[in-house]
Design a protein around this ligand. Structure first.
Ligand code: AMP
Ligand code: ZN
Length: 490
């Protein structure tokens, strides 16, 4: 395979040529959601970004094993070792078992990602399904001398690790600053060093999710699950590790330390981080209370929204920004994305209506647009540039459809293939599902009303009456007025 894919590696802080460890095979691990509440649109942006990456790698012909975990245990509030358990807290609030919380929000997560037309990962392991692998890894880290036990809880010895390895290799943070910004240990702390973090936590009596281990009945720390599961399914060293940018400083930094301390190898060759979705410049997050739920966006049922947008228009909105740039949410930006998405899909529809001629005047244009599309994606998955190129293609399609330019059969097939590859296979866009959202129903009703009015104009009252009656039967009423035909649900 001959590809020129270049990607930005957080580890080296530069763009690098993508060369997988094993030719033609890619192992990719992406940190999945913590399933204790609904995913918000920010979370979705990260998973849509990795879906674009996954899709492009598949398009290039790589055999990709994409592992994305489900965090269903061990994630405490504040992302540290001392907060409340996120699942237990929510379970109490909703009067459910913690595993009912996990099930409810895992299903919700899958439903939302399906609406966004993301391809499911090859393996979706859960933390609770891999407790023994995590215990095994902790044992090895202890045997290698990088972890210690205090009263049934096991800590990673960051202070020892720092003496031999570059702990902040991923973010290049200054160690002194890191120390200064970390809470000083109090007399009550069990940890030896203030940067140490828990690998295994002894369960308090009220803690519901608990498993036996050599150290105590307890539960794993948050970071060890990803190290244990990535090792199990992708090996000690694999190609790409990804997640949102907010995970780099702590979660991923600790993952690297755990894998180094266990396997004496840095886990991933390329670390990729997606930037945040923001609202008025502030990161969208559950705790900030500025998180839109996807269904609020689809229905328009939110104080900040002027109307609803289809999942595909939202997906297009996300892809209009490069995955490493922030993306700010606004009604105007969504309106623009909605128009752009429709322009693209309308052009694809027109391709089926174009009659090819004997000659073509624009073969060269198509070849150069195609080369530019690949160049954009090869340059660190640059979707906004790709979209600009595709709009170039839309202009060509429209002018052929309007009869201003001619294309032959071969060129028409080339254009269809290009649009299929880049719009559908790589960007993951498809025509809106009818009935799922208000706007598709609006469009559909426009078509039906137009057909009925044409029938009336042609004095075909049998057809026009039948349309009205059948709509009434399914709960839709038509009203003829001076402004035209209006409709409403009965
Ligand atoms: P969580 O469920 O909080 O563990 O987050 C799941 C994923 O969503 C992680 O990769 C986060 O980095 C990512 N994420 C959280 N907030 C945002 C945001 N506002 N924009 C983009 N990604 C986000
Ligand atoms: Zn992770």
């Amino acid at each position: 395979m001959q590809h020129n894919l270049v990607l930005y590696n957080t580890l080296t802080r530069k763009k690098e040529k993508f060369e997988p460890i094993h030719p033609n095979i890619v192992g990719m691990y992406v940190c999945g959601p913590t399933v204790y509440s609904d995913v918000h649109l920010g979370n979705c942006r990260t998973f849509v970004s990795f879906d674009l990456i996954f899709r492009y790698l598949l398009h290039l012909g790589y055999k990709v094993r994409y592992v994305r975990n489900i965090t269903d245990a061990g994630h405490l509030e504040g992302d540290n070792d001392e907060g409340d358990d996120k699942f237990a807290k929510k379970a109490k609030l909703e009067q459910l078992e913690p595993m009912e919380i996990v099930q409810k929000y895992t299903i919700g997560f899958h439903d939302v990602l399906r609406l966004f037309n993301t391809i499911p990962p090859s393996i979706e392991p859960t933390a609770t399904g891999h407790i023994s692998e995590q215990i095994e890894m902790i044992k090895q880290i202890m045997d290698n001398g990088y972890a210690y036990e205090v009263n049934g809880t096991v800590y990673f010895d960051v202070e020892k690790y720092i003496k031999e390895y570059n702990y902040t290799i991923l973010t290049n943070r200054n160690l002194e600053d890191l120390f200064n910004n970390t809470r000083v240990l109090s007399g009550q702390d069990e940890k030896k060093g203030r940067l140490d973090f828990a690998l295994w936590i002894k369960a308090k009596p009220e803690h519901l999710m608990r498993w036996p281990s050599p150290w105590s009945v307890g539960f794993p720390g948050w970071h060890i699950e990803c190290s244990a599961m990535s090792r199990k399914y992708l090996g000690d060293q694999f190609d790409i590790h990804g997640g949102g940018m907010d995970l780099a400083a702590t979660h991923h930094t600790n993952e690297i330390a755990q894998s180094q301390a266990c396997n004496h190898a840095s886990p991933a060759k390329y670390w990729m981080h997606t930037n945040m979705l923001t609202v008025n410049g502030a990161r969208m997050s559950k705790s900030a209370g500025n998180g839109f739920l996807p269904h609020e966006l689809f229905t328009g049922n939110h104080a900040l929204l002027q109307r609803g947008y289809s999942p595909m228009a939202v997906r297009f909105f996300m892809l209009q920004a490069h995955y490493r740039s922030t993306l700010d949410f606004s009604n105007e930006a969504l309106d623009a994305a909605d128009k752009g998405y429709k322009r693209l899909m309308t052009a694809i529809g027109l391709l089926d209506k174009i009659n090819p001629s004997a000659n073509s005047s624009i073969q060269h244009n198509i070849a150069s647009i195609k080369a530019n599309c690949y160049a954009a994606m090869d340059d660190d998955f640059n979707s906004p540039i790709l979209i600009a190129e595709l709009f170039e293609m839309v202009r060509v399609i429209n002018s052929v459809y309007d009869g201003k330019q001619q294309i032959d059969q071969t060129t028409l097939v080339d254009i269809k293939e290009l649009m299929q590859h880049f719009v559908c296979d790589i960007m993951g866009l498809q025509h809106d599902q009818v009935g799922g959202d208000g706007e598709s129903v609006d469009n559909l009703m426009d078509v039906i009303v137009k057909l009925r009015n044409e029938a009336k104009k042609n004095k075909d009252f049998t057809t026009s009456d039948r349309i009205r009656e059948e709509l009434t039967a399914i709960g839709i009423q038509l009203k003829d007025s001076k402004e035209g035909t209006l409709w409403n649900k009965i």
